[in-house]
Design a protein around this ligand. Sequence first.
Ligand SMILES: [Zn+2]
Length: 178
Amino acid sequence: MAYICDLGAGVQVYVENSGMQTTITSASSSPGQQQQASSSFTTGKWLQLPTAFRTASGVILRFESAQGQYFVQVQGNSTIALNSPPSLANAEELPLTEAGVPPMQPMQPMAPMKPMEPMKPMEPMKPMTMNNMEMRMGNMSMQMGNSAPAAKHFCPQCGAKTGESDRFCTSCGHRLQA
Ligand SMILES: [Zn+2]
């Protein structure tokens, strides 16, 4: 988790504790110019949030860890670890805020679902016509059966008309039936 301290005049200081290391990045942005400098100090793991102070000689960052207190002076783009605790008697404390992750954009509300179109009622099944067809076929076959003997009135050999009782074709002499 990184924290940001706004020093004013377009200067911001980011501090981040990673393991035993504290990284301090000062970023200054002025019209047409952007500068960024990063320094790393071995401070140990923070016991609490660092504190930033504005003093006459720049901004002092105070880190507290199990190893003790560390003071780092930030002046412009230079960060200097201080060997001895500075005088913070008249220092103004600067607020640190969590930095980095921009606030989540609220989710866009889902567009309401279109209501389902009502199902078209199924067309009633047409009554099966199979039975009718079968019946018709039956009739046809019956008709065919009825018409079958009529075919015997013609000679299968030459097609001439024959008498029902003729045993031989009168035209070609073909034997019609036994
Ligand atoms: Zn014949």
